[in-house]
Design a protein. Structure first.
Length: 114
């Protein structure tokens, strides 16, 4: 059992609907394999102001949290020991302290706690 799985949602430049489906499949699969967290790679967008995919994945994750599929998520730009969101994720899964993206401010990822 891996503690952290990675799901590259942006690979192949999917539509938003395709990306939502990939996200749901990745989360369900990770839960079935008893992973504790998933690093979702959704990219930041080429415009430099944040892409559509990133925003839509954040919305989908908020809905998944409300439905109980996931426990918590933190966007990569807030994935830090210095933010409340980051500290909460680390409380839930302390093993994530070794993640290479922690404290890097990477807006192209989101950490999801299952």
């Amino acid at each position: 059992m891996a503690i952290l799985e990675t799901a590259n949602i942006e690979q192949g430049m999917p539509t938003v609907e395709q990306a939502r489906l990939r996200l749901l499949q990745a989360l369900r699969g990770a839960k079935a394999r008893r992973a504790k967290a998933v690093k979702v790679i959704h990219g930041y967008g080429s415009s430099g102001v944040g892409g559509t995919l990133r925003g839509e994945m954040q919305k989908a994750l908020a809905a998944h949290r409300r439905s109980g599929l996931i426990r918590h998520f933190v966007s990569g730009d807030k994935w830090s020991i210095f933010t409340p969101e980051g500290r909460r994720a680390l409380e839930l899964v302390p093993e994530l302290k070794g993640d290479r993206d922690l404290d890097r401010g990477n807006p192209g990822i989101t950490i999801v706690i299952l």
